[in-house]
Structure formats: C-alpha cells, structure tokens
Design a protein around this ligand. Structure first.
Ligand code: TTP
Ligand code: MG
Length: 362
C-alpha cells in the first residue's frame, strides 16, 4: 500500500447497546449492558458508555458486571435489529466505494483512494459517511482516516464515541512511537505480555528491535510488527467475499448431559438455519456439528451429502449420525452448534434438475 492510498476505518459506537438505547428512549443516558443474564454464566457482549464508567466491558462475565454496577439495565441481544443496522451501514459504504472489507457487523475498512463520489479528501468523505449513518440509523460511528489499514484502525479508536481521527504520513511516526503496545491492532493479550516481559511497552521500544530479533521472538508476526511500527502496512482492502458458511450455535445456561435435550436444542438450531438459508436462497452440501464439553474441549464432526439441503429434518438426520461420533450423552456439554458449508445458491442447485428434464424441442 503506497503512502498515497486513502483508507477509512469505520466502527460503530457501543453498537448493540446503542441500538437498544435508540429503540427504547427510556434507556438513553443510562448504563445498559447487552449480553447474558447476571444470574447465568453469560458474558457481556457490550456496554453503553455510561456503563463503561463502572469498568464494564465486552467479554466480562455478566455477574461481574452486575457486581460493578447493580443498577445497570441488563438486556439480551436482539441480533435481528443489529443485522438490520449493519445492512444499512453497508449500503451506505457501497455508495462511496466497492472496496469495502467488513470485519464484523459494526466495522469495516474502506479504500477510498478512488471513490464513487469523486471526493479527493478522505477526511471529508469519512465525515460524510458518518453523517449518512446517523441520518439513516440514528446511531453514531467513529472513523479513522490514514494511508493504510493499521493506522486507520488504530485511529478510529482514538476519539470514540462519535469522533474522527486523521493520521497523515507526516504525523504517523510520532503517533506510533507514543502508542502503547496494547493499542497495536494485531497484538493479542499473550503477545502483549511477552512484549512487556521483553521491555517493549510502546512504539519507540518496539522500533528499537531489529527485524531478525523480532522474527526470532515472534515468527512471521515479527515481520508484521517490524513493519507496522514504521507505519508500513501493505495489506490491501479486500472486498467482502461471498458467505462461506451458515450456522447457529448456543451455549447452555447449565452444562447438559441429557442426550435428548441436546437433540431438541439442535433441532431448534436446524430450524433456525433452515429459515435463514431460505431467506438467503442458499443450500449446503456439508453439515457440521460442533460440540464444546464442560471442560471447553471443542470438536466438530462433518458429513457431506449428495444433494445440497437446508431442510431441518434432513439436516437433523445427518446430525444424529454425527452425534454418535461424539461423547454426547456421556459427557456434559456446554455448547452445541451446527452449520452448513459448501454452499450453493438456489439457482445453482436447480441447474442439474433442469438438465434432467426431458429435452423436448418444438
Ligand atoms: P466493538 O466494536 O468491539 O464494540 P462496541 O461497538 O460495542 O463499542 P465501541 O464503541 O468500543 O466500538 O464490537 C461491536 C459489537 O460486537 C458490540 O456492540 C457487541 C459485539 N461484541 C460481542 O458480542 N462480544 C465481544 O467480545 C465484542 C468485543 C463485541
Ligand atoms: Mg464498535
């Protein structure tokens, strides 16, 4: 990626919680936590900025969140509402460029070097996107603007919520030098710990390491760190590819040993998957069962069928065979899921059938 590329990273603010506050005015200005029940083993998906003041954050056990802020309002996620907002923002992105790479429901990279609106300023373009998002969804987004993905992503986090940060090539090195290692996107918790043990706390520290030493310590990732700390990131923005799988999973409130209960749950998931496959007009050739036991050991078992399907009963027939290849019934289970992969669209699926029709010419 050249220094002349213009990359925008957009990330919605407190996404799930913001949707809830939008849809229920009584929740506005209040600490809202979206996730599992505090009485269950659930975790926090996200928390409103009001709740974050109490130290509540994503992935924290809901129980712990409750202890931190007992008067917070706890809500279950409503994924359909989040998906709808996500589709709205993606539609907005597509007005500006086709080079959109979504990272999750609420965030995406956009390469706006060339754009559909002929706006040479990536900053003005990002502001325009933020305005469009607010107008369409009444939700705020934050933006990072720079010349590569790494810097745009880090930038979008600097002025949250409802903010924008621009990092020009001139400013990049100073910015990175003072950045704490925790804020480097791509440095996970384990790497952060290792870096700190090596005396690397910020960009300057990291930049003092030579390439070979970093690669020796961190393998291939070492080369990535060597580059990004110098503001070099050549990863292109890759437009979203077609969906590769369609699945649903569920974590039980309590570990389950009863095979019938698990079967029932999977039947429900199969029906949900059938519904969404129907809406998306797709079928799958491969059916996968996922099981997580109470000790977090996780495994998958798959089978490919001759005729693509999404029919819940057909899927369940396969799932029951796959269940016999697991220890379901003998061990306690924490989570089950099922998915369809090897997807084909309805049109593709119909093709062989049409060819089988008797060929009658007028
Ligand atoms: P994020 O963008 O990481 O968080 P956020 O939008 O809630 O807040 P921020 O203003 O800091 O961007 O994630 C987007 C949504 O994804 C979030 O609203 C809920 C969901 N999510 C989870 O369900 N579990 C998680 O561990 C994280 C990080 C997010
Ligand atoms: Mg977000």
């Amino acid at each position: 990626m050249k220094d002349t590329s213009k990359i925008v990273h957009i990330d919605m603010d407190a996404f799930f919680a913001a949707v809830e506050q939008r849809d229920n005015p009584a929740l506005r200005g209040k600490p809202v936590v979206v996730g599992g029940d505090p009485e269950s083993r659930g975790v926090v998906c996200t928390a409103s900025y009001e709740a974050r003041k109490f130290g509540i954050h994503s992935a924290m056990p809901s129980r712990q969140a409750y202890l931190a802020c007992p008067h917070a309002i706890f809500l279950h996620p409503r994924f359909e509402a989040y998906k709808e907002a996500s589709q709205q923002i993606r539609e907005i992105f597509s007005r500006y460029t086709d080079l959109v790479e979504p990272l999750s429901l609420d965030e995406a990279y956009l390469d706006v070097t060339q754009n559909k609106v002929g706006q040479p300023s990536a900053t003005l373009l990002a502001e325009s996107i933020r305005r469009d998002i607010y107008a369409a969804t009444q939700l705020t987004a934050s933006a990072g603007v720079s010349y590569n993905k790494f810097l745009a992503k880090v930038a979008s986090d600097m002025n949250k919520p409802d903010g924008i940060t621009v990092i020009t090539p001139d400013q990049a090195q100073d910015f990175i030098d003072t950045l704490s290692i925790r804020k480097f996107h791509g440095v996970g918790v384990a790497t952060e710990r290792k870096m700190k043990a090596l005396g690397i706390h910020n960009g300057v520290d990291l930049r003092s390491w030579d390439k070979m030493d970093l690669m020796q310590q961190f393998g291939k990732a070492g080369l990535y760190y060597y580059n990004i700390v110098r503001g070099v990131d050549s990863r292109p923005v890759v437009a979203s590819r077609e969906r590769k799988s369609l699945g649903k999973e569920t974590t039980f409130d309590f570990d389950v040993g009863d095979k019938e209960k698990i079967q029932e749950t999977l039947q429900g998931l199969a029906e949900e998957v059938e519904g969404s496959a129907r809406r998306k007009k797709i079928l799958g050739r491969t059916i996968t069962l996922k099981v997580r036991y109470d000790d977090f050991e996780t495994l998958t078992r798959s089978q490919t069928v001759a005729k693509p399907t999404r029919n819940a009963n057909e899927v369940m027939a396969v799932i029951e065979t796959l269940m016999s290849k697991t220890e379901i019934g003998d061990r306690d289970v924490r989570l089950v899921g099922l998915s369809l992969t090897n997807l084909v669209s309805e049109g593709e699926h119909c093709l062989p059938q049409q060819l089988e029709l008797p060929l009658v010419f007028p």
